[in-house]
Design a protein around this ligand. Structure first.
Ligand code: ADE
Length: 323
């Protein structure tokens, strides 16, 4: 079974993000009653929390098509033009990583979002003129890991701006149980909760771990995922009890071993780990911040006493005040 088929198809089946679901439910009902497309929606938050899934659910609930793309695939202006002119009335266009749009593409989007037309330049130099092209009314769903990275003219054109939060272990437990049922894998509630606890608050990770644990259970234990099996498998895959994986732990131990816990600049961390700054900021840090293992200070990143303890180090007695 592919990842696709584990995605919930309706708001009803979507576990967690209650506040977001409440807002979307109202928007859907109102738009349907008025027979209008949904307002443009900006979803932001760490990767793997369900932004694409939400766009697909919105399309299903509205009974329209959803075209899925991402900013890096829209480098040339003609890429976005091609997508927009092919949208039918009410369709959803989902653009992932929308903070990475090229400037020309972004500027084409402004009138498209606001008044549903495109101004295209046809011909060259002296004979160039603009032609206005009417579009069907559509809904843009943009996704980004950082709302702050959007230009304000783009951000201001979204009627709805919603954040996705990390999931609680109990929500991830339900998601794992739902996934296991779809995969026809028996799992105990305790095992599902353990996978949930170790998934960094992220459904994509929970479902990935479920599949790895299922392989382990199939090979070693004839299929059923018990707490013991899940724990042994997760240990084997290097996922610790707090859900930190090898990269998380390497980042923190580097800060502790080479920089006495910090503060250390993000560029230094990037160079020392071979990751890029964006990946550290958008993939690793959000969960470490949320768990209280890491702090951002004006002078750089600091590993907290909690991180020292978690990794088996003794935190220094007289750590300087953090701010
Ligand atoms: N699969 C992935 N994310 C999910 C969610 N939020 N609810 C139900 N199933 C999911």
């Amino acid at each position: 079974l592919a990842e696709e088929s584990l995605r919930p198809r309706s708001l009803q089946d979507y576990i967690g993000q209650q506040e977001l679901k409440d807002v979307l439910h109202i928007a859907i009902e109102a738009a349907k009653a008025r027979q209008e497309p949904l307002d443009h929606l900006l979803l932001y938050g760490p990767p793997g929390l369900g932004k694409t899934t939400i766009a697909l659910i919105l399309a299903a609930e509205m009974g329209v098509n959803c075209k899925v793309t991402s900013a890096p695939a829209l480098e040339r202006p003609r890429d976005i033009v091609g997508l927009l002119v092919n949208l039918q009335a009410g369709d959803i266009l989902f653009i992932d990583e929308i903070h990475r749009l090229s400037r020309m593409t972004e500027e084409l989007l402004y009138p498209a979002m606001e008044d549903f037309y495109l101004d295209l330049t046809v011909g060259k130099q002296q004979t160039a003129r603009t032609r206005r092209l009417k579009l069907n009314r559509f809904t843009l769903v943009g996704a980004t890991t950082r709302a702050g990275a959007l230009t304000s003219p783009l951000r201001d054109r979204f009627g709805l701006v919603q954040r996705l939060r990390f999931y609680h272990p109990e929500e991830l437990q339900q998601i794992v149980q739902r996934g296991a049922a779809l995969l026809q894998t028996p799992i105990t509630p305790e095992a599902a909760l353990e996978i949930g606890r170790r998934s960094r608050g992220t459904p994509r990770i929970a479902l990935r771990l479920l599949k790895r644990v299922r392989d382990y259970a199939d090979v070693k234990h004839g299929g059923t995922i018990s707490l013991e099996v899940a724990t042994a498998a997760l240990e084997l895959f290097n996922v610790d009890p707090a859900g930190l994986d090898w990269s998380d732990r390497r980042l923190l131990s580097l800060m502790i071993e080479s920089y006495q816990g910090g503060p250390v600049g993000i560029e230094t961390l990037a160079a020392a780990t071979g990751e890029d700054v964006q990946t550290i900021e958008e993939v690793y840090e959000p969960y470490l911040l949320q768990m209280g293992y890491l702090q951002r200070t004006p002078r750089g990143r600091v590993a907290t006493p909690r991180a020292w303890q978690h990794l088996g180090y003794t935190p220094p007695e007289n750590q300087l005040p953090l701010l």
